[in-house]
Design a protein around this ligand. Structure first.
Ligand SMILES: C[S@@+](CC[C@H](N)C(=O)[O-])C[C@H]1O[C@@H](n2cnc3c(N)ncnc32)[C@H](O)[C@@H]1O
Length: 95
């Protein structure tokens, strides 16, 4: 699906994905020392937020404007420290 279709899909629901981070991410990264992380296809930002809460500096990329707006809103609600650790980028990862 292209970005427009993803936007359409996101608009069809107030929240498309769980607010919880990906369980595999938590299992793999939970005990690692925080550093820099790249979240490709970050969607509504659950994993990027979790990483930032653990102290990671995150670049969170998605091509859906709707998803990124939701992710940024969630980050803003999480406070300055978490918000400052995440750079949201709108980009098609195939280009
Ligand atoms: C299954 S969702 C992942 C949601 C998120 N990672 C999570 O766990 O909650 C896939 C995401 O990838 C994004 N996406 C798909 N193809 C992409 C591309 N070529 N470039 C950037 N983002 C893309 C979609 O907009 C969508 O938000």
């Amino acid at each position: 699906m292209d970005a427009a279709r993803w936007d359409e899909r996101y608009r069809s629901s107030t929240s498309l994905w769980s607010a919880d981070p990906n369980p595999q991410l938590v299992a793999e990264v939970g005990s690692a020392t925080p550093g820099r992380a790249l979240d490709c296809g970050c969607g509504e930002g659950a994993s990027a937020l979790w990483l930032a809460e653990q102290g990671w500096n995150v670049t969170a990329v998605d091509f859906s404007e709707v998803a990124l707006q939701r992710a940024a809103a969630r980050a803003a609600e999480s406070g300055d420290e978490v918000r400052r650790r995440i750079d949201f980028i709108q980009q098609d990862l195939t280009k």
